[in-house]
Every structure is written in structure tokens, then in C-alpha cells.
Write a new protein. Structure first.
Length: 323
């Protein structure tokens, strides 16, 4: 197949690109590198089935040739990013979604939207099932991401109903693994980066808020399975095992052998107290459940971060030795 992956130089998008190329497909990655990194896809540059287009999907999109799938992953996805890039986040999830849907319609392609558990806001229903409409503050600091993703889902469903576009929507719950940027600002990257450098581990609130953590390869497997099933309404993809943020910090401290102290800071505005997916639909529809154990996944992720920090240290030393 010939696929366009927007945001394909990002964390999840690059792992999905790996999988699609490994399966023999032709992949065009479109990314403006605002939060993505060309290093994530550099090894594919010589592959004749791969193409990279440096482009912002909030602007008009032009693709030469046939397209079988348009897969829309482009968007800042961490609180640090979308709070700093508030307008860009709103644009990529509104204009960008509109443009990519238009591309799919023109090409007669299927369409895949990466949405998020953030559409549930600070949920009053636990665990969160796809039929729950959410509890979102539209004018709060997180609203630029939450509401733009809710709009992205709405316009995707509108294209499905109005134009009979063959669409898919996933709601991604916390995902981690190699290539998640050290400065991403999400809890796993924060804790590992701080633990490996023996800096204080930043704990927002008292640490009793909960999350669930799925390894990136499990998420990619769910994505690929949904592509093979004709289902147009949203599907949760996440790990149904709930952990407090404090438990995660203690696990990471133990796995890294870190001497970092845990330092509490105020909980950010509208930060969800509990976040846990109901994945009954994914189990029934896709025969999918996460396979990677948290300890195993964190161990692999920590190993990747160690190499990243070593590389950054070497680059810093090399720069300081220049005349």
C-alpha cells in the first residue's frame, strides 16, 4: 500500500513508519519537525519505498500519485509542547485535520485519525469508555489540545457521514518508549531523565493521581489491527493497569538506581486525577490487549535514554573543545 503519515518524524509516528516499511509498504512522512526529529526516520532515507516531505499540514497539501491511507498523527502531544505551541496545536488539529481529510477524499484513500484520551478531560467516569462524552474545560490551558482533538474527531465523523469516507479514530492513552524526547514534559520522560541525572524528581501534586502506561510497540500493533477492521467510531488504545504517579516514580528510581529525591510541586490546572481506559471494544473488535510488561518496557526505555544522555554529553564535550 501507499501511505501518508503526518507527524511521522515524531515519537509514535516514527515507530508506526518503521512497522509499515517493515511490512513492505510505501510510506510518505510529512512533518514540519516542530516537535518531531529527523533522527527518528533518518535510517529510512535511502529506502526507495520511503519519502520525507518537510511540510506543515495546516497549509495546503499536495501529494503526487496514488494514496491508499492518510494517517494523521501530526500534533504537539505533551502539555509542555501544546502550552508553548497553543496556536499551532489548534491549527494542526483543525486546519490540519481538514486538509488531511480533503487529501484522503481527493485520493479515494482511507483515513486514520490519532486522537487522545485527553478528549475525556478530567473524567467523572472511571474507567473511561468510548461512549463517555468527557469533562473538559474549553477555556483552560489544556483546552487548546483537548478541544482541538474533540473537533478533529467531529470533522472526521462528518466526512465519514457526509462523504462516505472510510475513517478510523483511536484515542491514545499514555504511551512511552524509545524516542520519547527527554524534554517532552510527560511523566515517563521527566522521571527517567531526572533519575538518570540524579536531579530531583518533580512530582506534581501528592502523586496519588493515576495513569496507565502502554509501550509504543503495543500501540502500533493496535493501530495496524484497526486499519484492517471497518469500524468508524473511536476506539480506546491503552493499558488497563492503573498506577499512581508516585508508584511510577518509585519504580523508575529502583530501575535506574537513582539517588534522586522526590520534590512535590502544585498540580497543574485541570490535570486529570484518574486516567484509565476501558478497552473492552479493542479486545472485542481487534483481539488486542497490551503485551509488554511495565518493568520490561521501562527497562528498555531507560536503556535508550542512557544512550541518548551519553550522546548529548559527547556532543557537549566536542563543542566545548572547539577553538
Amino acid at each position: 500500500m501507499k501511505l501518508v503519515v503526518t507527524g511521522g518524524a515524531g515519537f509514535i509516528g516514527s515507530h508506526l513508519t518503521d512497522r509499515l516499511l517493515n511490512e513492505g509498504h510505501h510510506v510518505t512522512v510529512m512533518d514540519n519537525l516542530l516537535t518531531g526529529n529527523i533522527k527518528n526516520i533518518a535510517r529510512h532515507m535511502s529506502n526507495t519505498r520511503f519519502q520525507f516531505l518537510h511540510h506543515d499540514v495546516s497549509n495546503h497539501i499536495h501529494i503526487v500519485g496514488d494514496v491508499d491511507w492518510v494517517i494523521h498523527f501530526a500534533s504537539p502531544a505533551s502539555p509542555v509542547d501544546y502550552l508553548q505551541l497553543s496556536i499551532e496545536t489548534l491549527k494542526v488539529n483543525s486546519l490540519g485535520t481538514h486538509n488531511t481529510l480533503g487529501l484522503a477524499r481527493v485520493k479515494g484513500a482511507k483515513y486514520f485519525l490519532a486522537s487522545t484520551s485527553e478528549v475525556y478531560g478530567d473524567p467523572e467516569v472511571h474507567p473511561q469508555v468510548e461512549t463517555y462524552w468527557g469533562n473538559v474545560n474549553p477555556i483552560g490551558p489544556r483546552g487548546v489540545y483537548d478541544e482541538s482533538k474533540r473537533f478533529a474527531e467531529a470533522i472526521t465523523m462528518a466526512y465519514h457521514h457526509k462523504h462516505d469516507l472510510d475513517t478510523r479514530i483511536i484515542r491514545i492513552f499514555n504511551c512511552y518508549g524509545p524516542r520519547l524526547r527527554l524534554d517532552d514534559g510527560r511523566v515517563v520522560s521527566n522521571f527517567i531523565g531526572q533519575a538518570l541525572t540524579n536531579e530531583p524528581i518533580t512530582m506534581y501534586g501528592d502523586g496519588t493521581q493515576t495513569r496507565s502506561f502502554q509501550y509504543v510497540s503495543d500501540l502500533v500493533e493496535g493501530i495496524v489491527r484497526l486499519m484492517g477492521v471497518k469500524h468508524h467510531e473511536p476506539v480506546n488504545l491503552g493499558n488497563p493497569q492503573e498506577k499512581t504517579v508516585m508508584e511510577l516514580a518509585q519504580i523508575i528510581k529502583e530501575l535506574t538506581g537513582s539517588k534522586s529525591e522526590i520534590r512535590n510541586k502544585p498540580l497543574p490546572v485541570d490535570d486529570p486525577k484518574r486516567r484509565l481506559p476501558d478497552i473492552s471494544k479493542a479486545k472485542r473488535l481487534l483481539d488486542w490487549t497490551p503485551k509488554k510488561d511495565l518493568i520490561e518496557g521501562l527497562t528498555e526505555t531507560i536503556s535508550w535514554y542512557r544512550e541518548e544522555l551519553k550522546g548529548l554529553s559527547q556532543e557537549k564535550q566536542a563543542a566545548s573543545s572547539l577553538p
